[in-house]
Design a protein around this ligand. Structure first.
Ligand code: HEC
Ligand code: HEC
Length: 446
């Protein structure tokens, strides 16, 4: 029998040395520093995985470590341990609930679901966890709504100052909403949910675990932190390396220049420019400006009356109600006690409370106690979403009513034509077929 070649021996002794070094580092001063920070360490929820991980990555602790307190080599292992556990929590952890994980709805590379994916999943496995609870037509049976529109039922508690006109005793209302993509948003947008009701990823994840997964085991603070961290670092949560670099403090992404004449014309709609009808330059940038294309720019005030920097608008989606979702009548009382009645298929930030959204945004509004803007004024306003990678994350809008980018633009023509939404409507703007083709060509570059 031949002796093993020399490089095998070297390789195996190197591996042994690494294991030894790793084991030593695990006991090292950094690890001790973390342990002495206090903070009860939660037992690793999946000992099997933890064992494999520590075997493969010597010195791997449980993910309850702080890379900033560790020497560089241990910090790398700590980050990796946190990443692996975050991924496991996002993709596989049920928290003793109905079998759903975050990945059930924020699936694949696009971080959302669409009717084609729903059809495929139903065909492959009718017992897929998507088809349960708030995925069903009425929480108990039926998959027709999911199949047609890929929407989920969202129950919103009514704030004390809102009553349903026809059912004053009701304490909540159910709305059918799309699954917003988890691409780019977790790391780069602090305003969460279509109605801006969540301000932190941890709070949002807790809500999802309770609301969608009907958990019986409460997640620990560390677990919520790891889910948040995973969504802010994993590749699948970015539409490009440029966006990922931006999230890490790199340069802000810039509008692509466009190669074809059509793309370049489409770009003009996203350039910050003053309102100068009949020119349509800057029309989309009024609301889709800034590095993430989701803040109102300094020129928005004139055509819309909205404060620059604001992040929620009524573009007529709830009013047009293409999908015929139930329209509900709300009696809304403002801070000074005046009650107004509004009807809507999804009132958006009104139910969150315009003064309970992200504090940076509240700061743009006149103080609540002056009652200059009635709470009902905010009916049908939804979050302005970021647009990077948007060509890959159909369907669009809070109700998934636009299945394609062309349908998105038809919505804007509805907004301009009808007197719904913002006063932009008064200026006879209309997107021509050529405009639509150009804008879609440009959106595909993002
Ligand atoms: C049953 C499907 C479903 C599951 C499971 C689910 N989500 Fe969601 N997610 C949604 C829907 C629907 C919304 C939008 C709800 C709204 O705005 O009212 C949403 C919103 C979000 C948002 C905000 C995105 C934005 O653009 O503001 C994030 C982040 C998110 N989910 C992460 C998670 C995480 C993390 C988990 C697991 C802990 C999870 N989701 C589980 C359906 C789901
Ligand atoms: C008055 C503000 C405003 C203007 C002007 C505006 N948008 Fe929007 N945009 C929004 C809001 C708010 C939403 C979300 C609406 C909803 O969910 O119901 C949105 C949603 C979108 C979406 C869907 C994204 C997704 O992930 O669902 C696209 C695409 C889009 N806008 C493109 C455009 C283009 C192109 C223009 C110019 C023709 C434009 N917008 C002009 C406020 C605006």
């Amino acid at each position: 029998m031949r002796n093993p070649p020399l490089y095998c021996l070297i390789a195996s002794s190197l591996a042994g040395l690494l294991l030894l070094l790793g084991a030593l580092a695990a006991q090292g001063p950094g690890a001790a520093a973390v342990a002495s920070q206090g903070g009860a360490r939660s037992p690793s929820p999946d000992p099997g995985l933890a064992d494999t991980a520590s075997f493969l990555h010597p010195g791997f602790l449980d993910p309850d470590c702080d890379p900033d307190l560790l020497p560089p080599w241990s910090a790398i292992r700590c980050r990796f341990a946190r990443f692996l556990e975050g991924r496991r929590l996002f993709d596989d952890e049920h928290f003793g609930g109905n079998g759903r994980t975050c990945e059930t709805c924020h699936s694949g590379r696009d971080g959302t679901i669409d009717p084609d994916e729903v059809a495929l999943r139903l065909w492959l496995d009718p017992d897929d966890e998507l088809f349960t609870h708030d995925g069903l037509d009425d929480f108990t049976s039926g998959t027709s709504r999911l199949e047609a529109h890929a929407t989920i039922l969202v129950r919103r508690e009514l704030p004390p100052w809102v009553q349903l006109t026809h059912d004053p005793a009701a304490t909540s209302v159910v709305l059918a909403r799309g699954v917003p993509s988890t691409v780019n948003t977790p790391a780069l947008d602090p305003a969460l949910m279509y109605d801006l009701r969540d301000h932190t990823l941890e709070g949002q994840a807790l809500g999802a675990i309770e609301g969608h997964a009907l958990n019986t085991v409460p997640p620990t603070e560390l677990e919520l932190e790891l889910i948040a961290e995973f969504q802010q670092t994993g590749r699948r949560f970015f539409s490009s390396e440029a966006l990922r670099r931006f999230a890490r403090g790199g340069p802000a992404p810039r509008l692509p220049l466009g190669r074809t004449a059509s793309e370049q014309r489409g770009r003009e709609f996203f350039v910050d420019a003053p309102w100068d009808p009949p020119s349509k330059k800057g029309l989309c940038a009024f609301c889709h400006s800034g590095p993430m294309l989701n803040t109102a720019n300094e020129f928005v005030e004139l055509p819309t009356g909205a404060p620059p920097g604001f992040r929620a608008f009524d573009i007529g989606v709830s009013t047009r109600n293409v999908l015929n979702n139930p329209v509900v009548s709300y009696d809304v009382t403002d801070f000074c006690g005046t009650t107004l009645t509004v009807e809507s298929s999804d009132p958006g930030i009104m139910l969150t409370g315009p003064y309970d959204i992200l504090p940076e945004l509240v700061a743009l509004l006149p103080p609540e106690q002056f009652c200059i803007l009635h709470r009902a004024f905010f009916v049908n306003m939804h979050k302005t979403p970021q647009l990077w990678g948007v060509a890959d994350t159909a369907p669009y809008f809070h109700d998934n009513s636009a299945k394609t980018l062309e349908e998105v633009l038809e919505q804007y023509n509805f907004m301009f034509e009808s007197n719904v939404g913002f006063p932009i409507t008064d200026s006879n703007v209309e997107l021509t077929e050529q405009d639509i083709e150009d804008i879609v060509a440009f959106l595909r570059l993002l």
